[in-house]
Design a protein around this ligand. Structure first.
Ligand code: TYD
Length: 237
């Protein structure tokens, strides 16, 4: 499958049209951004690692009954996937308090939450991706019906129930992560975007070390080594 026209360039991926109008190619970039683009850098090889990690996780989720946009990994940096209509909601799932939850609500960093928290952010760079509730989402017309919001929450929890024990067995705590969803050509809501250490937080069970983009956010270094380590654990190497 060949790229025909650049559809969109985001912070971490370029999205290309292909010869098949129902399929797109995501090209994973080496660029890193944080805090809504205020912090910028690049790490050679990061894009390929995220492509490989996302590929493995999408395959694992499919084996466990979760529908995703994934079709196949084409090469190091390129993934073929279904074209979907993006729902402009970032679904954030949290098992342990850190990051913005700690900053905004003062919950102690590292506190295990009494139950898994699912939050919605409105995907809108100009507004800084504000946190929204169900009523905001319906007033803004981000989805048509409450049952679609219920589905986003239900599938997000199912994905967490699949991935949390999967990573724990590999010595990683799945602290929190962000998911995106879209409508496929049959109007089904399916998982899209990527699943990688750019949008998941992983803490090593033994050392507590961050194995994700927090290494960049906190200026710690060793980002690529950490992402490689996550991939190797997924591949059981
Ligand atoms: P969060 O703590 O809300 O944000 P911040 O990175 O500002 O501390 O992040 C929760 C999880 O969701 C974390 O794993 C990173 C991911 N995430 C994204 O991938 N993109 C985003 O735009 C946001 C806000 C979070």
């Amino acid at each position: 499958m060949n790229k025909t026209e650049l559809l969109y360039e985001g912070k971490a991926k370029k999205i290309w049209k292909t010869e098949d109008e129902n399929l797109l190619i995501s090209e994973f970039k080496d660029d890193l951004t944080a805090f809504n683009g205020e912090m910028k850098s690049s790490e050679a090889g990061k894009g390929a690692l995220n492509n490989k990690i996302s590929t493995e996780l999408f395959k694992y989720l499919k084996e466990n009954g979760i529908q995703t946009h994934f079709v196949e990994m084409l090469d190091d940096n390129n993934m073929l996937h279904k074209k979907c209509k993006v729902i402009p909601i970032e679904v954030i799932i949290r098992n342990i308090a850190t990051g913005s939850l700690t900053r905004t609500l003062g919950i102690e960093d590292g506190k295990i939450l009494p139950f898994t928290l699912v939050e919605f952010d409105y995907k809108n760079d100009e507004l800084g991706d504000p946190k929204i509730n169900d009523q905001h989402a319906l007033i803004l017309g981000l989805v048509k019906h409450q049952d679609e919001l219920d589905k986003l929450r239900r599938v997000a929890r199912e994905i967490n129930d699949i991935l949390k024990p999967y990573f724990f067995e590999k010595g990683l705590k799945l602290v929190d992560f962000k998911l995106e969803f879209g409508y496929d050509s049959n109007e089904n809501i399916i998982l899209i975007d990527e699943l990688s250490p750019d949008n998941c937080r992983f803490w090593d069970v033994e050392s507590g070390e961050s194995m994700d983009k927090d290494r960049f956010r906190k200026g710690k270094g060793g980002l690529k080594v950490a992402y490689e380590n996550v991939l190797n654990r997924i591949l059981n190497k």
